[in-house]
Design a protein around this ligand. Structure first.
Ligand code: PEP
Length: 251
C-alpha cells in the first residue's frame, strides 16, 4: 500500500453548457459511500460553469477544479481568470500545463511554474500535466522530455496536498491509443524517482495520474500499475455512464 488515496479527475475541456449541469448532478449522485471510501473524484468544467458546479457538488465530496489560471492575482489581463477567482467559486484545484495549453498557447515550463505558484497562493491544488509527443517517444526521448518538464514546471515546496502530477503522452490524448502497461510503469516509476531525488520524502505522497484515452474498458489494467495513483480523463469524463466506471475500477 502506498498510502496515497487514488484520484480520478475529469477534464471537460471546452465542453459544457448550462444543460450539462444535470450530467454533473448524475456524477455527484453516483459517487456513493463505497466509492468515497476508496477514491477521490474531481471534475474540471469550463470556467463558465465553475460556480454552478461548485454549488451542485456541495455535500457530495466531489471536488471541482479549473483547467487553467493566470499567474497574477488580478489586473489588466483581458479574458484571463486568476487562481483567486477560481478559489472564490468554491473550486479547490486547477489543471496546469495541459498539452493543449502548451501547444495552443505556447505555454512554457517557466510559465506553468509561475501558475503553480499562483495556484498555491490561492490555496488551490495544482494538477500539472507533462508528457511527450509521438516523435519524442519514437526518438527514445520520452523520459528525458518528462524529466525536463518536471524540472522546469515545479516550484520548490510540493506536498501531497498541493500537487498532483498527470503523465499524459500527447499522442494518447483523444486518440484511443495508450502506451503499453510496461511503458506506463516505467514512466511513473522514473517520475517518482525524479521527484524523490529533488523533493525528498514529500514527493512520496504526491499522486501521479495517468491520462490519455482512459476508458471503462482499460481503466482497471492501467490503474493497477504501481505508482499510477489515478487517472486524468478527457472524453470519458463527460458522461456519468463512462466516468464512474473508471472510478469503480478501485472497488
Ligand atoms: C486529456 O486531455 O487530459 C485527456 C486525457 O483526454 P482523453 O481522455 O480524451 O484522451
Amino acid at each position: 500500500m502506498s498510502g496515497r488515496r487514488p484520484l480520478v479527475a475529469g477534464n471537460w475541456k471546452m465542453n459544457g453548457l448550462k444543460a450539462s449541469v444535470a450530467e454533473f448532478g448524475r456524477i455527484t449522485a453516483a459517487y456513493d459511500a463505497a466509492l468515497r471510501a476508496k477514491v477521490d473524484l474531481l471534475v474540471a468544467p469550463p470556467a463558465t460553469l465553475l460556480s454552478t458546479f461548485a454549488v451542485v457538488a456541495l455535500g457530495s465530496r466531489v471536488a471541482v477544479g479549473a483547467q487553467d489560471c493566470h499567474s497574477n492575482g488580478a489586473g489588466a489581463h483581458t479574458g484571463e481568470v486568476s487562481a483567486e477567482m477560481i478559489a472564490d467559486t468554491g473550486a479547490t484545484a486547477v489543471i496546469l500545463g495541459h498539452s493543449e495549453r502548451r501547444s495552443d498557447h505556447g505555454e512554457t515550463d517557466a510559465l506553468v511554474r509561475s501558475k503553480v505558484e499562483a495556484a498555491w497562493r490561492a490555496g488551490l491544488t495544482a494538477i500539472v500535466c507533462v508528457g511527450e509527443s509521438n516523435a519524442e517517444r519514437h526518438a527514445g526521448r520520452a523520459l528525458n522530455v518528462v524529466r525536463h518538464q518536471l524540472a522546469g514546471s515545479l516550484p520548490e515546496g510540493i506536498t501531497a496536498a498541493n500537487m498532483v502530477i498527470a503523465y499524459e503522452p500527447i499522442w494518447a490524448i483523444g486518440t484511443g491509443l495508450t502506451p503499453t502497461i510496461y511503458d506506463i510503469a516505467e514512466m511513473h516509476g522514473e517520475m517518482r524517482k525524479m521527484l524523490v531525488a529533488r523533493f525528498g520524502a514529500a514527493a512520496k505522497g504526491v499522486r501521479l495520474l495517468y491520462g490519455g484515452s482512459v476508458k471503462p474498458e482499460n481503466a482497471a489494467e492501467i490503474l493497477s500499475v504501481a505508482d499510477v495513483d489515478g487517472a486524468l480523463v478527457g472524453g470519458a469524463s463527460l458522461k456519468a455512464d463512462t466516468f464512474l466506471p473508471i472510478a469503480r475500477a478501485y472497488l
